[in-house]
Design a protein around this ligand. Structure first.
Ligand code: GUN
Length: 279
């Protein structure tokens, strides 16, 4: 029987810790403020943005919502970001991705001041992480580290295998595990003998984007398995990149989907906002 890593519970603990900190700051006259920009009305983005606003409300962070039309030009969006960069009462700026096709995503990410980049997507934030300098860390991989630490799972000296090399999860995840003194291997679509590499892992982080791809044959007995994926299966049931029913009996610890990594992303975003307010 694996230890079930309860992301819902751990994210709630983090949010409650932040709530206390925010109340203290408020008592000292400081109100933390996050600006959230959504261009267009993609339904999934609307749900994510709504959840971010709700978390802000719970913790006591002021949220400024910029819900702007699909037709907004790149120039107009850059203008809003510039204004928010210069506004001292705004501590964090988040542009919900994806943006419409006529807007260059890279340009938008690069326009956000690194000191307000609570998503941790700016090249300066990514660069700082890779050379051990201070900066904001991408929320999902930061959440995975919290799950491990708060579940007393040692990272130092462990074989860590990350499947997936995205800028938002795989790459920063690898850098964070390395920062915690793990021995890190990154796997991707061209990796030969994926199964053999995964079977070496003491900690296996799966962010491939393929429903239930990783079954017990990829997992060493007693390994910690972190599932970053989220999908709806053919029966409309939520599932991850890991075949939970197959892996749970061999893993030492495992995150469920839902209720594992998912809730941690917003908790870490809130943590970044509080840090932004302290700078
Ligand atoms: N779209 C999906 N996930 C994210 C996220 O973490 N941040 C932003 N800005 N957009 C997203």
């Amino acid at each position: 029987m694996a230890q079930i890593i309860d992301g819902k519970l751990i994210s709630q603990q983090i949010k409650d810790e932040l709530k206390e900190k925010v109340a203290e700051l408020k008592a000292n006259g400081k109100e933390i403020c996050l600006a959230v920009i959504q261009v267009g009305n993609d339904p999934a983005s609307t749900v994510y943005v709504g959840n971010k606003k709700k978390a802000c409300e719970y913790i006591g962070i002021k949220s400024l919502a910029y819900e702007i039309p699909e037709e907004t030009t790149e120039e107009e969006l850059l203008g809003i970001i510039d204004k928010l960069n210069k506004d001292d009462s705004v501590h964090g700026i988040l542009v919900q991705l994806p943006v419409p096709k006529h807007i260059n995503e890279e340009k938008i990410i690069n326009a956000i001041s690194p000191s307000k980049d609570v998503d941790g997507f700016h090249p300066a934030s990514v660069g700082a992480l890779s050379i051990g300098q201070k900066g904001f860390v991408s929320c999902t991989p930061a959440g995975v580290i919290q799950l491990l630490k708060r579940s007393n799972i040692e990272i130092s000296g462990k074989e860590c295998v990350v499947i997936g090399r995205s800028n938002i999860v795989g790459k920063p995840m690898s850098m964070l595990l390395l920062r915690e003194n793990g021995t890190v291997t990154i796997c991707h679509s061209r990796t030969k003998d994926l199964k053999e590499v995964c079977k070496r892992a003491d900690i296996l982080v799966v962010a491939i984007g393929k429903p239930r791809m990783i079954d017990a044959s990829y997992v060493k007995e007693g390994a910690t398995v972190i599932d970053v994926g989220i999908h709806r299966d053919e029966n409309n049931k939520l599932c991850g990149d890991v075949d939970y029913a197959s892996v749970e009996p061999v893993a030492g610890a495992i995150t469920p989907v839902p209720g594992g990594v998912g809730p941690m992303t917003i908790a870490m975003l809130m943590n970044n906002c509080v840090e932004a307010g302290l700078n």
